[in-house]
Each structure stands twice: as C-alpha cells, then as structure tokens.
Ligand binder design. Structure first.
Ligand SMILES: O=P(O)(O)OC[C@H]1O[C@H](O[C@H]2O[C@H](CO)[C@@H](O)[C@H](O)[C@H]2O)[C@H](O)[C@@H](O)[C@@H]1O
Length: 361
C-alpha cells in the first residue's frame, strides 16, 4: 500500500508531513445516507486535506486589520527585523567567517504569476556581486540550477538547485572557490531519480492540460505544479490529478511551497543538508569560526534554518510580510529589504577592511 505525504504548515508546527492514509478508515465511511464506495470516501478525505493545505500555503488577509496587526507585533518581537538588529548581528559574527546562503524566489526576486519571468533586478544583481566579493555566497533554490543561473548570471557564486540536490561551485575563479581541493564542487545525490522525475513531469503536463492556469515546471531533480493562476474552485481537481500520478511513484514525495506543489525524491536530502555540504566544501567542517547566514522565504528554507539552529552557528532570516511559524531568528519583509540588508553587509565589510588596513599602517 502506498502513501503520499504532503508537507503542510500547521498551527502547532512547521513542515509537518501530513501523510495521507490510503488504508480504509471505518469512521470515514460511516454516517452518510448515500452509499459511497469506501475508497471514494477516503480519496475525498485525502483530497480535502490536500486542498486545505494548499489554502494555508499562502497566508490570506481574511482576518481583521486589528487582529492582523496584533499578531504581527507579537511575531516581530520573536523574529525582529534583521535591519533593525544589524549591529547586534554583526557583533555576534565578530572574528568569524560569514558565509551567505540565499534562496531565490521571494528572496532575491519578487513573487510573480509567471515563474519563467521571475527576474532579479539589476540593482539586486549588483548587490549580490559585491556581496560575493566580500563573503563566500551560495544560491540555494528549488529551481533547476541552470534556470536559476540564467536569472542570476553570476559565475562567482555557488549554486544549489533542485532543493540542494544539484550543487555546483563557482565557474569563474573567485577567492572563495575551493582551490585547495583542485576540483570544482559538484554533487548530485539524487541522480538516479532523473528518469523518474522526467517521466512524472511529462505525465503531469498532460494532466494539467485540463486545468486552466496550471503550470508544470521541470526542476531537473524535482518538479513543480503551480496553482497560483488556477481558480480556487479547480484546486481539488488539480490535487486529484497530481495524486493520480503520484500514487504510482511511492519513491517520490510531495512538498508545498507558495502556491506550488513540489514533487521530489524521498531521499534524506534538503536545503539544510546542502548548506552543511557547502560549508564542508568551503573548508568549514567542524569549524567554530564560521558564521553562516541563510535568507529564505519558503517552507523548504526551514530545513536550512533548523540546521543553523542545530549547529548553533549563524542565523536564519525569514522573508515574510506575514507572521509564519519559523525557526529563523530574524525577519525581512520583502526582496527590497533583503537588498538593503545585503548592501549593509557589504558596507560593513568594507569599513572593517579599511579599519584593519589603517591600523596596520
Ligand atoms: O526555493 P525557491 O527558490 O524559493 O523555489 C521554490 C519555488 O519557487 C518558484 O515558485 C515560486 O515563485 C514563482 C515566481 O515568483 C511563483 O509564480 C510561484 O507561485 C512560487 O511558488 C519556482 O517556480 C518553483 O519551481 C520552486 O519550486
């Protein structure tokens, strides 16, 4: 018997796997006047759980303005703005090597309806380029590595695509490429899943043809079904179609992002593991003098925030305008604030280099 899991935000926790049972549940079948075959009842329950989870994936403004404001002010006390806390953050990093990890969508580029047009602004690109001259910098994303590279176009960065399942080091020599090992960083822990993902992608493309606004994106080692432009009345149909494909692939699992269902191999690898791998590649394994900073906006970024908490190093920054359950320590509201924060980091580094040079003279 197969089980597909959907990762959902719940009141009590984050990234909770809702494993939807496919075993008969007596209680579910009882109580209805119209005799519905048990299997159909169960399927409906499962689909309803999926749709609920899809609804909660992007917070809506259904609450009153005053209760939203109250919720936000309580939340911000627990996750203060990284801009407001800049000095304290920098004090904590003193004497340590800062390493930067940046998610792409919703972090470096604003969320837009068409995933193929999620461009990064030139000013953001200039800022990230300057940042990479100051600190080792990696892009960690659910996107296909080559696709995100085409958006970012900075050869001096590390890239971890497909939720960290496709890692590549800088293609242009930078002072942070791992020169010591003599070979470029390259790691693909899910390569055996490539044909399966491709097969599933094509099946999903076929299924989604009947759902206006749905879009399937091939992210190489995972794929995304976008429902941002799908009428909410059609979400249940979309979930059923995705389920019908996935039930034939028990080695795949389902995660949920911002108006997107993400299908990926069920291997123990995520953005947190990718962060750890990159730190090791950069020579910071078992090192206390490193200060990793991870900035991201989505549920899959929570794995990286949690990794930093577990390691007791650096911190995570969640990009969100709304209160969300998160393991990140700080927050920023939107990509523009991310750019301001990165810019301040660059300036801080330049000032400290100048001071160091002056003190040597
Ligand atoms: O890890 P990320 O870089 O945050 O990737 C997660 C998903 O990001 C993209 O989708 C999101 O951004 C789109 C463009 O703004 C938006 O249309 C969509 O609703 C968002 O979910 C990407 O297209 C997906 O493949 C990634 O899974």
């Amino acid at each position: 018997m197969t089980q597909n899991a959907i990762v959902s935000k719940t009141k009590s926790g984050i990234n909770r796997d809702i494993t939807v049972p496919q075993k008969p549940l007596a209680a579910a079948a009882a109580g209805g006047y119209i005799p519905i075959p048990r299997r159909r009842v169960l399927k409906n329950l499962e689909i309803n759980a999926w749709v609920d989870s899809m609804r909660s994936s992007s917070p809506t403004n259904s609450k009153s303005t005053s209760s939203l404001a109250e919720e936000h002010s309580t939340w911000i006390l627990r996750h203060p703005s990284a801009l407001d806390m800049f000095e304290q953050i920098m004090d904590a990093s003193r004497g340590k090597q800062i390493v930067m990890f940046l998610d792409y969508d919703g972090t470096l580029s604003p969320i837009v309806d068409d995933p193929d047009r999620a461009f990064m602004s030139d000013s953001m690109r200039r800022t990230v380029r300057k940042l990479a001259r100051c600190f080792p910098t990696a892009i960690v994303t659910g996107r296909c590595k080559d696709k995100v590279y085409n958006f970012v176009r900075l050869a001096e960065l590390y890239y971890a695509g497909s939720h960290g399942m496709d890692i590549q080091g800088p293609t242009r020599t930078s002072k942070y490429s791992n020169k010591d090992k003599g070979e470029p960083v390259l790691f693909q822990p899910a390569s055996e899943f490539l044909p399966m993902i491709d097969e599933v992608y094509h099946q999903l493309v076929e299924k989604m043809k009947s759902i206006p606004g749905a879009m399937v994106e091939n992210n190489k080692f995972c794929c995304s079904v976008h429902f941002r432009c799908v009428d909410e009345k059609k979400w249940s149909e979309l979930a059923q179609e995705v389920r019908s494909v996935l039930k034939e692939y028990p080695k795949l699992r389902l995660n949920q992002g911002r108006k997107v269902l993400e299908i990926r191999p069920s291997i123990k690898w995520d953005k947190g593991k990718a962060l750890e791998f990159l730190l090791e590649s950069l020579g910071f394994a078992n090192c206390n003098d490193v200060f990793p900073v991870y900035i991201g906006d989505d549920k899959t970024d929570e794995d990286a925030f949690k990794k930093l908490r577990d390691r007791g190093q650096g911190f995570g920054i969640l990009v969100s305008k709304f209160p969300k359950d998160t393991t990140a320590s700080y927050s920023l509201q939107e990509p523009n604030e991310v750019m301001d924060f990165l810019q301040r980091l660059v300036e801080w580094k330049q000032v400290s280099l100048r001071l160091r040079t002056r003190s040597r003279v």
